[in-house]
Write a protein that binds this ligand. Structure first.
Ligand code: ATP
Length: 292
């Protein structure tokens, strides 16, 4: 479904992606996580055919999307600044989308507009940020394109609407399995939906793994310095904080029963770090290593 091999891309003199390789054949939901400026948007633009790779190959559903007029049959990209015309209301946007997307599901689009309570005749440019996001969600889901890419799909949504979005995404995915690539800065909320997660950092994809494998990573240990040092000798410490006599560290290892027992025996408090905290520490750490 998506293939990126040794892809490099620059905006003029600014290198945005280097040596990116990510391949996925299955129609699964993928989370795309990275810090600001990591390269997520550029990666999505390359997959959507909005930019041409400087070198390397980009294929979506077997086609090279750049400059290919039929690319919208294969890939839909709902980006942050979606180009809604100033004149368009929701009905206009849905009508235009129905011309572009071969598998367009008008019935689903109308159901979602009602579900999200979007006013059909108000100009989209006058919508709140959350309402604009919901309009893009309607188009992305109803497009039923084999690869649907959504940039920060929960941007501006309140907690209720985020929940509703997760529910309808899963429902439409179950009815019509296809690939979704969803970028986010906040992985903990999105991770129950995602079978795999790609982590973009320092202009490349540093990890692409099953969500299940990633979520066990990251151990928080709190206790006296001597006990912590003995327990963690030989392990990769991602972050360390000292509060008087007490040290708190995050280890780059899988949380397990064995670790829980070792910590208990050493009178050290142990917790599983959240995936978000683990990824933030992991990518901070890589930054330090690069700067050295
Ligand atoms: N149009 C552009 N012209 C020049 N440089 C750009 C342009 N767009 C992005 N960049 C640079 O490319 C790099 C990757 O940016 P990109 O927008 O892909 O990151 P991102 O992970 O999507 O960031 P964010 O989470 O902040 O949206 C950054 O260094 C950014 O400054």
């Amino acid at each position: 479904m998506i293939e990126m091999n040794n892809v490099h891309f620059s905006y003029g003199e600014t290198k945005a992606l280097q040596n990116v390789t990510i391949n996925e054949k299955e129609p699964i939901i993928i989370g795309l996580w990275g810090r600001n400026g990591a390269g997520k948007t550029t990666l999505m633009k390359l997959l959507a055919g909005l930019e041409k790779p400087e070198s390397g190959t980009v294929l979506v559903n077997g086609i090279a999307p750049y400059n290919y007029s039929g690319s919208m049959r294969h890939v839909a990209y709902m980006h942050e600044n979606h180009p809604f015309s100033e004149l368009w209301n929701v009905s206009d946007a849905l009508r235009f989308a129905s011309y572009f997307y071969q598998n367009w599901d008008g019935e689903l689009a109308n159901e979602l507009v009602d579900l999200f309570e979007l006013p059909r005749h108000k100009k989209i440019r006058k919508f709140s940020k959350g309402m604009q996001t919901l309009t893009k969600i309607v188009i992305g889901l109803a497009s039923k394109t084999p690869v649907t890419i959504m940039d920060e799909p929960t941007n501006g949504l309140d907690a209720d609407m985020r929940k509703l979005f997760y529910e309808v995404l899963l429902e439409t995915y179950e009815d019509h399995p296809r690939m979704f690539l969803l970028s986010t800065h906040h992985i903990d909320e999105l991770k129950p939906l995602c079978e795999k997660i790609a982590i973009v950092d320092q202009k490349t994809v540093i990890r692409y793994e099953e969500t299940e494998m990633l979520t066990v990573q990251g151990i928080l240990l709190t206790g006296e310095r001597a006990a912590i040092e003995e327990l963690t000798a030989g392990y990769n410490i991602l972050e360390e904080r000292t509060l008087g006599n007490v040290v708190n560290v995050m280890l780059d290892d899988s949380f397990s029963e064995t670790w829980a027992e070792r910590a208990k025996a050493a009178h050290v408090n142990i917790e599983k770090a959240s995936l978000q905290d683990y990824l933030v520490s992991l990518t901070k750490n890589q930054k330090k290593e690069v700067q050295q």
